[in-house]
Design a protein around this ligand. Structure first.
Ligand SMILES: [Zn+2]
Ligand SMILES: [Zn+2]
Length: 181
């Protein structure tokens, strides 16, 4: 048993029993603290007899610190296990039609596990042009570039200083990121 609160073996077994009739053998399961661009990954093994390598499922360590850690880890594990399951059955194991079909059957919510994103936390606005600017941290003294250009020869003018309009909840901040990327 590992000392961590989040035991990958347990997540694997839970998904295995619920969605794969307990039929899957556990691959190598490990945390990866360098994984940033995705929440998890599946590394196929090698079946060559002169170079046998076990398949691996890696889960990004940062998920442990997320608010809904348990749910995210379980979801990511389920996603990677579909890749693994296809590989075990010697099928193409990318995001294929079979992958999507299984994903829908399982009710796994994400096509791609969430990458680590910092949510926007504030919305600033320009009282002149009414444009809104989401920000991830508190901005110092900044003015609306558009209005300074249009009305002040491009120089900073405090009339167009950005005003803090509102704070965003974490959910709102993350939603904004997905809309803008
Ligand atoms: Zn995937
Ligand atoms: Zn403006």
């Amino acid at each position: 048993m590992s000392g961590t609160l989040f035991d990958l073996q347990q997540y694997f077994e839970q998904v295995n029993q619920t969605h794969f009739d307990g039929f899957l053998e556990a691959p190598v399961l490990r945390w990866n603290s360098r994984l940033r661009s995705s929440a998890g990954r599946f590394i196929p093994g090698s079946r060559k007899f002169w170079k046998e390598l076990p398949p691996v499922i890696e889960i990004a360590t940062y998920l442990q610190r997320e608010e809904r850690a348990h749910e995210l880890i379980l979801d990511t594990m389920a996603h990677e296990m579909i890749h693994y399951w296809l590989w075990v059955r010697r099928k193409p194991f990318g995001h294929t039609g079979d992958f999507l079909k299984k994903m829908r059957e399982m009710g796994v919510s994400r096509y791609n596990p969430v990458p680590r994103l910092r949510p926007f936390r504030y919305v600033y606005g320009c009282s002149c042009c009414q444009k809104e600017f989401p920000a991830k941290r508190e901005l110092g003294v900044l003015a609306c570039a558009h209005c300074c250009k249009a009305h002040a020869n491009g120089r900073f003018d405090s009339r167009f200083r950005l005003q803090l309009l509102r704070h965003l909840t974490r959910e709102e901040g993350l939603k904004l990121i997905h809309e803008r990327v």
